[in-house]
Design a protein. Structure first.
Ligand code: FMN
Length: 449
């Protein structure tokens, strides 16, 4: 392994953190979800820690049932739409990448191409789009459907969607705008191309109305764990979030995904795989474990049950909380989040957990580490050195305190070990991640409009 290989770090940013009880216990304001000043400080803290990416997850829906349970765990119930938030944050930060989710099931490609091209200009080359197919029926019901289309159809649409967006990002050559005052010509008509796309899901005949951005194309993120998800990632993704919580499984995923790239004419280093990593850092292991136990005990049974129902894709609220879950209650297959489903099923089958134990142990695809800064750095080093990942998607149970402690205590240790950058060396998100700026397909082919 090259000595200079450095890990990438992203922050999964969500108001008070990802733990259901985070909003109650986090050492920060509880009324921060609509506070741009709060997010600005969070992004600046991540930038102080030289993070590659500030990332905002999303679903275009609020929950509309079991509101008594969700009222205790308000994820996605009071949140900004990511592109709006990231646009505002571009003015409060100067280096960190700004990535946000937008669903291929509920947008049109033209909107997405235009919005992320704009974000790339506004942020001077720091935009990234997380391509998702969406995994809940609340969203489907907001867009004229009773339920999500099948997994296969969602990914077929996503593939065509991404192809169109990327083609639209190329409709202006890099040097299309010429500002030729002497001849009164603003742009060179031979350097603007129209897309002529007629596909299964979309018909798009036109060009974008914004010139090519600093990164050429914003960075494409993806997080699929299913076979269809991995194929889409292998073909198009430049950053992938992995949800395996053990290094051997993460390594198998890493090798599998990078191995699939060749058939699309891509090299393994054109993709950075970031593993979900959820540390709780304290001055001693005992203290970290104690803090975590306190948090877990705060999960209200109603919240535990809706979280299991979401990812196991079946309601278990009729079962006794303290008896093992009967195997015949496990659905045959997943239609929403494959890896989360598999992880819950394996906990039920292998550890014979009760319902209560299940919601206390299930980590939703993140590697949990409870310990000192050294303990956390040790695990990160182990995963990174084994090439189980190229870096980490940091998921803090509570924010802003989890991030602040990590930046103050773990980042210097990673730097001391030579595993992490001392400072940003470039300007764009592509620079941070070591990803080349893509040439326009038209410039590459020499084709004029
Ligand atoms: C770190 C991370 C962030 C994600 N963010 C979102 C998100 O914001 N919105 C969403 O609908 N899905 C999100 N997902 C889910 C994935 O995009 C994907 O839909 C899911 O893993 C299921 O894909 P699969 O069916 O190919 O396994 C995220 C997954 C991970 C691991």
């Amino acid at each position: 392994m090259a000595a200079s290989r450095k890990m990438a770090l992203a922050l999964l940013a969500q108001a008070n953190g990802l733990h259901p009880a985070g909003w109650i216990t986090a050492g920060g304001p509880t009324d921060c979800a609509m506070d741009i000043g709060y997010y600005a400080k969070l992004a600046q803290t991540a930038e102080r820690g030289k993070f590659d990416l500030f990332f905002v997850a999303d679903t275009p829906a609020a929950r509309t049932d079991k509101l008594n349970a969700w009222s205790r765990h308000p994820q996605y119930m009071n949140c900004f739409e990511p592109i709006s938030l990231l646009t505002a944050l571009s003015g409060h930060t100067s280096k960190i990448g700004l990535g946000g989710t937008a669903s291929t099931s509920f947008y049109e490609p033209y909107n997405i191409a235009r919005l992320y091209a704009g974000l790339d200009h506004l942020s001077h080359g720091r935009a990234a789009w997380n391509v998702v197919t969406s995994g809940n029926n609340y969203a489907a019901r907001n867009f004229g459907l009773d339920a999500l289309p099948s997994h296969g159809d969602r990914y077929a649409r996503a593939k065509e969607f991404v192809e169109i967006v990327r083609a639209l990002w190329d409709t202006y050559d890099d040097d299309a705008i010429i500002y030729d005052k002497a001849n009164g010509v603003y742009f060179d008509p031979t350097k603007i191309h129209a897309l002529n796309h007629d596909g299964r899901f979309f018909k798009v005949h036109g060009s974008l109305n914004i010139c090519r951005g600093p990164q050429g194309q914003p960075v494409i993120i993806q997080a699929g764990a299913s076979s269809a998800g991995k194929e889409l990632a292998a073909e198009t993704a430049e950053v992938v979030f992995n949800s395996d919580d053990e290094p051997a499984a993460a390594k198998a995923y890493y090798d599998d995904l990078k191995g699939r790239m060749e058939k699309f004419g891509r090299q393994p280093d054109q993709m950075k795989i970031l593993s979900g990593f959820a540390p709780l850092v304290a001055d001693s292991r005992w203290e970290a474990e104690d803090k975590y136990r306190t948090l877990q005990e705060m999960i209200h049974p109603d919240v535990g049950l809706v979280r299991i129902a979401s990812d196991l894709e079946t309601d278990v609220s009729d079962l006794p909380l303290d008896e093992p879950i009967p195997l015949d209650r496990i659905p045959k297959s997943a239609n929403l989040h494959t890896r989360y489903f598999e992880q819950i099923v394996s906990l039920i089958k292998e550890q014979k957990l009760t319902v209560r134990q299940l919601w206390q142990r299930y980590e939703r695809g993140n590697k949990r580490v409870l310990g000192t800064a050294d303990d956390v750095a040790d695990v990160m080093e182990e995963w990174f050195s084994a090439q189980a990942c190229d870096g980490f998607m940091m998921v803090f149970p509570t924010l802003p305190d989890g991030l602040e402690t990590f930046v103050d205590k773990v980042v210097p240790e990673l730097q001391r070990r030579g595993l992490y950058r001392q400072d940003y060396e470039g300007v764009t998100l592509r620079d941070h991640l070591g990803l080349a700026r893509p040439a326009s397909r038209y410039a590459a082919s020499g084709e004029a409009a």
